[in-house]
Design a protein around this ligand. Sequence first.
Ligand SMILES: *Cc1c(COP(=O)(O)O)cnc(C)c1O
Length: 392
Amino acid sequence: MSRPDLLQRLAARHAERGRHALLRRLRTVQAVQGPRVVVDGRVLLNFASNDYLGLAQHPALVEALVAAAGRWGVGATAAHLLGGHRDEHAALEEELAAWTGRERALLFSTGYLANLGVLGALLQAGDLCVQDKWNHACLLDGARLAGAELRRYPHADVAAARRQLGALPDAAAVLATDAVFSMDGDLAPLPALAALCREQGAVLHVDDAHGLGVLGPGGAGSVCAAGLTQDEVPVLMATLGKALGVAGAFVAGSAALIEGLVQFARSHVFTTAMPPALAAATRAAVRIARFEDWRRDQLARLITHFRHGAQARGIALLPSPTPIQPVVVGDSARALAVARRLEADGFYVPAIRPPTVPAGRARLRVTLSAQHAEAQLEALLDALAAALAHED
Ligand SMILES: *Cc1c(COP(=O)(O)O)cnc(C)c1O
């Protein structure tokens, strides 16, 4: 018998990562206070959080959570279809649909599950799923799990996407894209993709994990910012764990889409509903995200400030208009060394390396939050310039 030992193989892959400066390390955060975290007993300014509007510790969310836990307890105790769907969930779904200008919305326990669920409900073997190469892992996994033919076009290349759709004109097709690319912060060409999907008879599925709360009027997201209707973007997915500061996700679209998902989205049907208290906290988050424009204004000011400051110091940034402001350094070992220096100086900025980003494109992924102050950005930029010069 020559059966491979899987645990040994895993250990070998682990060792291989280590040799290439690609090993991930779980860090335990001991405390969080606004933009500060305590890691290994040291206070660090946090530039790694997706809490763009500063809502995760907002007292209104905490109060809503505690009050709802008093009413409901902690767990939902069952899947949505089996008694886990509480009026807190139903109200949140209505509010999310209204916010994003869609007919209906359906909650999922995470964004990862939402994308697996939608793509699995829509696609079958023999169908086509065309995706941007830089899409989030869960969109890729969703297409693979559905058994569809997955074609990935070069980043933001609408002409390449057209060729891929055109090559299989008889296949039912979904075109799926991140709206804001999570490791680069740039925006997908949504209007051109919507026009392409209309021309090709494909369903456009937009993942707005990083756009909801941040972009568009009232923070309604990238699709609203682009002025695209439910007909143009039939499948809108967004998460609740980023700008909204909670956890979970939803898909919004027509009543027919949502009814179909309730039947066929396996990650909705066969999983425990999100705790109702989280739904209550999310409702509080939606109210703040929708109506407190000053948080988005502050974020926009910080983004501009950071970009100007980087330019003044000769730090090259990517063309990102969002709070995701990566600094590409290329080599993985160098990215790690810069991250370590920043940490020694009191800043938490993670190094993002392959396979999360393409080979030779390792980077420091800086994320900004409305909670940061301009002086904190200045301090980070000074430390960043020094660390980059040192590790040249
Ligand atoms: C974070 C993210 C997800 C996953 O959402 P979770 O709720 O964290 O599972 C999906 N898509 C994109 C683009 C993301 O950035």
